[in-house]
Design a protein around this ligand. Structure first.
Ligand code: NDP
Length: 287
């Protein structure tokens, strides 16, 4: 039977550490790390994510603010709002909840958040730093996966690591972080041929595809560590991952459940990045 990697428990531990560091920060500097999240429109899933982020911020002692803008907000209006936050010293991290409405360029928005306040690590400068392995902020989901591996004492060094999915948010940075940790990394995607042959090579298999229960037991090597990033809703409304837990779990040595695996780690890493941003801002002001 596989070890169940308990993301909820690990996230609670890391958030405890962040809360303790935040208390020290506040004592020393007299203000709290501040995260402002902008949400444009009324996408119900985005509203849940934003609520969860705000609650998580409050729990660790951050100053958190949500700015809700209507669906018909223009790109110029959103850029002006971001600019005001860029100039506000009490705001250390800015996050625009994606997706934004179709009439707004996501690229323009991500470019407008300067690297030092880019706690999602989506700005090209931060992405470039991840590539060369000299980074301050890591994209939250892949960073959360690395934290789970660390907590379980799973070292990617020398292991066959297969990442299924190559999005800018998950797959690509995930592959880079595994590479920095000295894994031998393969990235698979929708044009990959003989996917099962490749996934069966994996000692560590990370799946970020967005298709319910896509990876089945026959695609996994005995003893593999399986990390399921996917978050899908089944017809009955229940959440499920990209991995078919029932057939994969008996073969895996360790596996993340959905929910309660990678999900709780993503927001935790956002908190970590926000604290890092606040600490950097203090250092920059001291110079
Ligand atoms: P994207 O849709 O941006 O990317 C999906 C990737 O999967 C693409 O690279 C695509 O390949 C690949 N893919 C699609 N079909 C196949 C296939 N048949 N075989 C192999 N590869 C395939 O999704 P994201 O990366 O943003 O998210 C992936 C999943 O992770 C989603 O379920 C999402 O909800 C979840 N997620 C969970 C988070 C969490 O906190 N737990 C955070 C972020 C995402 P190609 O590039 O060729 O099209």
């Amino acid at each position: 039977m596989a070890v169940l990697i308990d993301g909820k428990k690990i996230a609670a531990e890391v958030r405890g550490e962040i809360a303790a560091e935040t208390a020290v920060f506040k004592d020393k500097h007299g203000f709290a790390p501040g995260l402002t999240v902008i949400i444009v429109g009324e996408d119900p899933a985005s509203q849940v994510y934003v609520r969860n982020k705000k609650r998580a911020c409050e729990e660790v002692g951050f100053a958190s603010r949500v700015i809700e803008m209507p669906e018909q907000t223009t790109e110029a209006e959103l850029l002006a709002q971001i600019d005001a936050l860029v100039k506000d010293d009490a705001v250390h991290g800015i996050l625009v909840q994606l997706p934004v409405p179709k009439h707004i360029s996501e690229e323009a928005i991500l470019r407008a958040i300067p690297p030092h306040k880019d706690v999602d690590a989506f700005h090209t400068e931060n992405v470039g730093k991840i590539m060369i392995g000299d980074f301050e902020y890591l994209p939250c989901t892949p960073a959360g996966v690395m934290e789970l591996l660390r907590h379980e004492n799973i070292d990617p060094a020398g292991k066959e690591c297969v990442v299924v999915g190559r999005s800018n948010i998950v797959g690509k940075p995930m592959a880079m972080l595994l590479l920095h940790a000295n894994g031998t990394v393969t990235i698979a995607h929708s044009r990959t041929k003989n996917l099962a042959e490749i996934t069966r090579r994996a000692d560590i298999l990370v799946v970020a595809v967005g298709r319910a229960e896509f990876i089945t037991g026959d695609m996994v090597k005995d003893g593999a560590v399986v990390i399921d990033v996917g978050m899908n809703r089944k017809a009955d409304g229940k959440l499920c991952g990209d991995v078919d837990f029932a057939s994969v779990e008996p073969k895996a040595s360790a596996i993340t459940p959905v929910p309660g695996g990678v999900g709780p780690m993503t927001i935790t890493m956002l908190l970590r990045n926000t604290l890092t941003a606040a600490e950097s801002a203090v250092r920059a002001a001291d110079k």
